[in-house]
Design a protein around this ligand. Sequence first.
Ligand code: SF4
Length: 292
Amino acid sequence: MTAVSDRSTEQAGRRDERKGRFEFNKLRKRLRRQVGKAIADFNLVEPGDRVMVCVSGGKDSHAMLELLIALRESAPVSFEIVAVTLDQKQPGYPEDVLPEYLETLNIPFYILERDTYSVVRSVIPEGKTTCGLCSRLRRGTLYGFAEQIGATKIALGHHRDDIVETAFLNMFFGGKLKAMPAKLKSDDGRHIVIRPLAYCRESDLAAYAEAMNFPIIPCNLCGTQENLQRQEVKQMLRAWEKQYPGRTETIFRSLGNVAPSHLMDHDLFDFKSLQGSVDDSAELPDIRVVNL
Ligand code: SF4
């Protein structure tokens, strides 16, 4: 009896394992397809590019790096990948984790060290959120380094949900219809920023990171809270998604399906020149009630 139940437990275990493997393969295929599509749709990577992949140690940037490396192997164009990570000197930052991991990937990588943590702490009053300034300093350092190594593209790990959240943040708090594009020229015009994960769902990336066992470094080592407004928008979107599954995807699609003539931006559409043509032969009828 015990032998029988042992055997069935074993069989069930093997079934679960097969199912798990099948689900993982589906997930990996989907993510690779979505990254490939974003690259093709926006011409994110071109032959001869040197792509500097920014790795923060979070789930998204880990997944982006791994997916780009895998895609490069089968890509018809040849391009370089250079991983770059920034040690911002937050207390408790596990400085060996990323170098040890990146070493295993067989690609060039750099660890930049810059104490932006002290700068942020000295500028932002206690209790206020520090993420805005911290991110700006991080961006500045990374862009500067990209120039130093002659990177033609800078790859950031923002995904579909980040893009939709940003659209609402700009709408709700900035009065702008603006999100995060998959490809962007930096404000100073010196860098091309790309977002290969633009079509990927955050939940897929989280599942992938877990299955791949990436060495995750949380971005809250300094004890600050993520921007409150972003949290609110995130919660709003989660609640919508729960009530109306697929809503985030629909909103995301709307960002690529814009009708300037049905918005209100005079710079995007020349409303003033819109004119109707009058039919001179048409006369005003003499009656008040018109049966059509
Ligand atoms: S949580 Fe992350 S972004 Fe925010 S201040 Fe800390 S390190 Fe910077």
